[in-house]
Design a protein around this ligand. Structure first.
Ligand code: HEM
Length: 121
């Protein structure tokens, strides 16, 4: 049905994304989503160089290493053009986008601290 087609994201392989790797067409993969940042190169507060270095590649690690703000994460939405095909998705990367605050070990630690505090007061 038509409504179904409109909501389905376009799917790309790593090979397809890697062909768009220069300043004329700059595509990036972040958390298994594909972004066309060609028109964002000039506007990126971190400069176009860093984006061009990652052009055509998975830039998830570099993106997260910088510790981008919530503003930055909202800013990237309009540049999303699709997603990586399910069979080529990075598991860790998928998990991180769904649970940005970290893994289960962190949660256990936090809960332990909370219990100790409650007891203390
Ligand atoms: C569409 C994707 C991206 C968007 C919308 C974006 C947006 C931003 C924004 C708004 C800032 C200002 C600081 C902040 O608000 O966090 C920033 C800084 C920066 N970004 Fe990005 N960014 C993107 C991708 C990337 C990637 C892939 C890299 C690394 C390869 C990168 C590297 C940096 C660096 C190095 C800074 C400067 C940090 C500083 O000076 O402290 N960005 N970016």
């Amino acid at each position: 049905m038509a409504s179904n087609e409109a909501s389905a994201p376009k799917l790309f392989t790593h090979a397809e994304v890697s062909q768009h790797n220069d300043s004329k067409e700059t595509w990036l993969i972040i958390h298994n989503d594909v972004y066309d940042v060609t028109n964002f190169l000039n506007e990126h507060p971190g400069g176009e160089e860093v984006l061009l270095e990652q052009a055509g590649k998975d830039a998830t690690e570099q993106f997260e290493d910088v510790g981008h703000s919530t503003d930055a994460r909202q800013m990237m939405e309009p540049y999303k053009i699709g997603e990586i095909v399910p069979e080529e998705r990075t598991k860790a990367s998928d998990d991180k986008s769904k649970y940005p605050s970290g893994g289960s070990a962190g949660h256990d630690d936090a809960r332990y601290l909370c219990i100790s505090n409650c007891h203390y007061f």
